[in-house]
Design a protein around this ligand. Structure first.
Ligand SMILES: O=C1C[C@@H](O)[C@H](O)[C@@H](O)C1=O
Ligand code: CO
Length: 298
């Protein structure tokens, strides 16, 4: 399907230990997490809070298991903290990822975000940026993107539930307001469907700007309850709003079909945060690996 183009498969540690709620999977060790990723047939990982920050130590642990680092999340606060402070943190993050051999840097604007607030209803209180905030965001991202380019890397922007860049219109505004040379898009199926967007529209319109992919599925019945009962993002995650591809309500066949029509090369990262005490991480990783083989042929 992908005609020999290089697509590598990674899985995020968030199914084992959740960075947003460290109590989920608190007992799971770093070694168990990466060993099970390799056992399930993945080649890479993103960086979680239990990963050693010393590049040599991290590389050794990953090399032993045939894994490499695809990327890691960076929380930007361009709309609230300003460019200079954000850039200083970004450079340290970029340099760590560069040393680990990653080519893309995941960035999400967390100014005014409600994704980490346990009691704030997700669908009623998401932030909406004003003109000034949009200017701070797009200008700051262009500048962070040129810092990434200094190391031959790409900034991939993560649209996300509970943030100012969640909906199709907001993604469109971000894409139109930024320079394609500096700002690329991270395509996350789960966040688009959770928000009520059509994930195929974003692929059709922005395929040439997509340089990183998060494969997340959603349980539609849980999403309905989140809306009806006014749950927060974290409550939704705990209740199982997300799961691995092949276990929820998204049909990934057209998604893979459209990606295959473009020129995409890079990582597909399975990313499915749910409670590891309910959804055994190794079992779900194996399930995801099988589904991708069956539907994408990789
Ligand atoms: O890429 C991601 C990183 C997580 O920390 C986040 O909350 C999750 O939903 C996601 O898509
Ligand atoms: Co994601």
């Amino acid at each position: 399907m992908f005609n020999g183009r290089e697509i590598k498969l990674a899985i995020a540690p968030i199914g084992w230990t959740n960075d947003d709620m460290p109590e989920l999977g608190g007992e799971v060790t770093f070694e168990q997490c990466i060993s099970e990723m390799a056992l399930a047939g993945f080649q890479g990982s993103e960086v979680g809070n239990k990963y050693p920050r010393d590049p040599d130590q991290l590389r050794k642990a990953l090399d032993l298991r045939g894994l490499s680092i695809a990327s890691a999340w960076f929380s930007a606060h361009l709309t609230t903290d300003g460019y200079e402070r954000t850039a200083a943190e970004f450079i340290a993050h970029r340099d760590f990822l560069h040393e680990m051999g990653a080519k893309v840097i995941v960035v999400s604007e967390q100014g005014k975000s409600i994704q980490g607030q346990m009691d704030v209803p997700l669908f009623d209180h998401k932030p909406v940026f004003n003109e000034e905030e949009w200017a701070l965001l797009t200008d700051g991202l262009n500048r962070l993107g040129s810092l990434a380019a200094e190391k031959g890397m790409k900034l991939v922007y993560h649209h996300h539930m509970g943030t100012g860049v969640q909906t199709t219109d907001e993604i469109r505004r971000l894409m139109e307001g930024t320079d394609p040379d500096n700002v690329s898009l991270l395509y996350d199926t789960g966040h688009l469907v959770f928000s009520g967007e059509d994930p195929l529209v974003i692929l059709e319109d922005y395929m040439d700007r997509i340089h990183h992919v998060h494969l997340k599925d959603v349980r539609a019945e849980v999403v309905e309850r989140v809306k009806r009962e006014k749950w927060s993002f974290l409550q939704a995650v705990k209740a199982g709003a997300f799961t691995v591809p092949g276990d929820g309500s998204i049909d990934f066949r057209p998604v893979f079909g459209l990606i295959a029509e473009g020129a995409y090369e890079g990582w597909f990262v399975v990313e499915a945060e749910q409670d590891p005490a309910i959804a055994n991480p190794l079992e779900y990783a194996i399930k995801a690996r099988g589904y991708i083989r069956e539907t994408a042929g990789i």
